[in-house]
Design a protein around this ligand. Structure first.
Ligand code: Z5A
Length: 211
């Protein structure tokens, strides 16, 4: 377990329903008396939000895959040190919309950056901080993209072709299969209520494990 608090991350492809789940899960956890900190990646700090604006800007055609990967980790290194680690040490629980698994899925699976390179960056930038629980909202790519389609202009990553998002999904699923004790895979094609019910069930064991 991380520090004294608990560290939960949400992952999934585009339109999987992370934001929707985040709201319900927050209500549940706070209702159980958890002192909860919500944050997101890329972003969550002033520096991270500036990085987010760069990496999602669809006019930044010059950004190469290597820069994109390093920017994701720059945001993450700052968030870990400035926000997540201090919160966990103070006994708060942290619920983070995406974390390091997203870099393996998007920059690794999607862009083809070697997993060993991402692992080296993880070791350095995350200071050994792993999530206690990662909820993977798994959904067919076409369903997720259809859900997200009504939202207006696509960002720099959303403009990628279906094949990119298929590789992202496959990488997430492979990581979940390799680390079943950390991941819970949730069928995100269910109703929002059923997704929340599964997520609540997946968090139950965190309450028993006191530090
Ligand atoms: N990225 C990266 O490449 N590398 C990294 O290391 C990190 C991130 C950390 C920003 O992520 C981008 O950064 C992301 C990955 C990349 N790029 N992409 N693509 P983000 O998490 O901020 O943005 P996102 O992935 O685009 O999330 P999203 O599309 O906003 O989806 P969501 O939050 O998972 O979904 P939602 O907003 O809750 O739901 C979408 C719609 O579906 C909405 O209309 C809901 O009402 C509806 N919905 C939600 N749940 C359901 C269910 N269960 N049934 C039916 N309809 C539903």
């Amino acid at each position: 377990m991380s520090g004294h608090g608990r560290f939960i991350t949400l992952e999934g492809g585009e339109g999987a329903g992370k934001s929707t789940l985040l709201a319900g899960l927050r209500e549940h956890l706070e209702g159980r008396g958890v002192d909860l900190l919500l944050t997101r990646e890329p972003g969550g700090t002033a520096l991270g939000e500036a990085v987010r604006a760069i990496v999602l800007d669809p006019t930044r055609h010059e950004l190469c895959a290597e820069s994109e990967l390093l920017l994701m980790f720059a945001s993450r290194a700052q968030l870990v040190r400035e926000t997540i680690a201090p919160a966990l040490a103070a006994g708060q629980w942290v619920l983070c919309d995406r974390y390091v698994d997203a870099s393996y899925a998007y920059q690794g699976g999607g862009r083809g950056q070697p997993a060993e390179r991402i692992a080296a960056l993880e070791q350095w930038a995350c200071a050994g901080l792993k999530s206690d629980l990662t909820l993977l909202l798994d959904l067919p790519v076409t369903t997720g993209r259809a859900r997200a389609a009504g939202r207006g202009a696509a960002d720099r990553i959303e403009v990628e072709a279906d094949g990119f998002f298929e590789r992202v999904r496959a990488t997430y699923r492979a990581r979940a299969a390799a680390e079943p004790q950390r991941f819970r895979v949730i069928d995100a094609s269910q109703s929002p209520e059923a997704v929340l019910r599964d997520a609540i069930a997946a968090t139950a064991h965190l309450f028993g494990a006191t530090s």
